[in-house]
Design a protein around this ligand. Sequence first.
Ligand code: SF4
Length: 280
Amino acid sequence: MIEVNEVKIQRILNPTAIDLGEFVINPFMGCEFACLYCYVRSNRVISKRNKPWGEYVDVRINAPELLEKELLIKKPKVVLLGSTTECFQPTEQKYQITKKVLEILNSHGVYYVILTRSPYIVNYISLLNKGFCRKIYFTINNMPSVFKQKLEPKTPGFDSRIEAVKMLIDEKIPVTPYFSPLLPLISDYHEIFQKLEKAQIIEFECLNFNLKNILIIIDTIYEIDPIIGEKYKKMFNDKDFYSYIMDEAKKDITKKAISAKKNFNIHIHSFGNFFENRYS
Ligand code: SF4
């Protein structure tokens, strides 16, 4: 059972180091989708909360009102939505905070970039095609259900996300499918270029072994499949093996992209930043 709290905040436009916008907007704190590899779990403020990530959502009910005021003062040109939450999670259906935020950004002529993995975004197409949606990075991934049940049990299924991406493309809304996290030896990306043939590019991001809870993620994989889990343990400890597995994934994707004549990017995190990660 998700705990939903209505809260009032002091500020909605927050400065960011992410180079996708001058400020970030997060209409909620918390996320019902509860992905085990969510990087927000590594955030110091979040980890002090007495409920686990994925079991609560704070609805920032005064976000629209604050946004109207802050836009006049801060005058941003581009903002990023959803850096630490899912703007289109089920709670949004009741509160419509993201909807109001989009209406306000449109009316002020502010461009926005959105990070999401929720097909519910397609209900907002009439707002997204007003010309101010600069880009949607739509996270997709695909893995056997035994892994999904443990790693991201509450997210919408792969097929529904693919359908949502296709619908956004058909509506000429700028959307980049973002396959993340790519789990070497687990993820099934074999038909991704065919399934998304109209996408101009597909981005891939491999699992970040520098996350604070990476050992929990690896243990979870081990419990599901000890053979693959052993390989993940070795990847964590052995730089050469990590590079080998990641390079193999990259080669495989490159081959598939060339055969499908599609553009792609693949991001592989550096090995060994775990002990000096930036999340503490
Ligand atoms: S949907 Fe995004 S914000 Fe929500 S838990 Fe998953 S990764 Fe985190």
